[in-house]
Design a protein around this ligand. Sequence first.
Ligand code: RIB
Ligand code: CA
Length: 315
Amino acid sequence: MKKQILIDTDPGIDDTLAILLALASPELELKGLSVVCGNCTVDQGVGNALGVLEVLHRQVQVARGADRPLVQPLLIAPETHGGTGIGYARLPVSTFAPIAKRAAEFIIEQVLAAPGQICLVCIGPLTNLAMAIRLEPSIVNAIPEVIIMGGALRHPGNTTPQAEFNVYCDPHAAHIVFHSGLPITLVPLDVTYQAILTQQDVDRLLCLPSPVSRLIADATRFYMEFHDQYQGINGCVINDPLALALAFAPGLVDLGSLYVDVDISGGVSLGNTYADFFHLTENEPNMSVALGVRPREFIELFLERMEGLCRSYPM
Ligand code: RIB
Ligand code: CA
């Protein structure tokens, strides 16, 4: 039985790699993509999502979501993902359009149509999911698993010194989701910053001429330039594919049950995510958190799946 998933995404370069991984993994059935502003505007994100699906000639429902956070002003990341959100890659214009239903409604519709069957993988700011929870609180009891790429617990932030991008973009949405009662698995920078894709890894994929390897190479070339220039990293951090991989390979990480909260007080630590490691509060754990990872096992899995995809779509 395939695991049914919905991906909420701000595509984005590493989001694109996560979407490719979902489509390359026989364990998963991708029921739809809901798009949120973040790495790029929501309209750019919808275009990128449709363009990636066009490369693979796959028809998946794409729902347009929030074009700004709940409270914070819009923050996008062209320095990280390029002016289009997809680096140097050039995507085909899609023959498909997004569905009419908005992302929050789409999430509610899909989840309530199949209670207990659809896992959410959230790899962008959590605005769409927060809106869905407020519109229809009963979805909290209908979702068996929510995997969230976000936060930084014992790792520096990547957007402010204390905050990770997805949470910092919309800390109020993250607060709603973190305290919703949803069965959350959090995948923070603490583990994703160990998931480094190198040029050598990409060169391995380029040995298989395919629009897929071309897309990955052109998108990650921009992303690697960013990581080198801004963070002195040789390669690029593929946060979102690691989160997605936990939908079918949870053994890649070591999980801990923790109380995690997010700072919405509005000061210098806005968006800071912190965990009660020493049980200093009266709060019961509200999520599972990935605290350890086997990075090269994950990268090898990712590359094997991408090689399979390249063979399925030869140039
Ligand atoms: O902080 C990393 C996260 O923010 C990733 O999901 C990346 O795509 C950006 O959305
Ligand atoms: Ca993302």
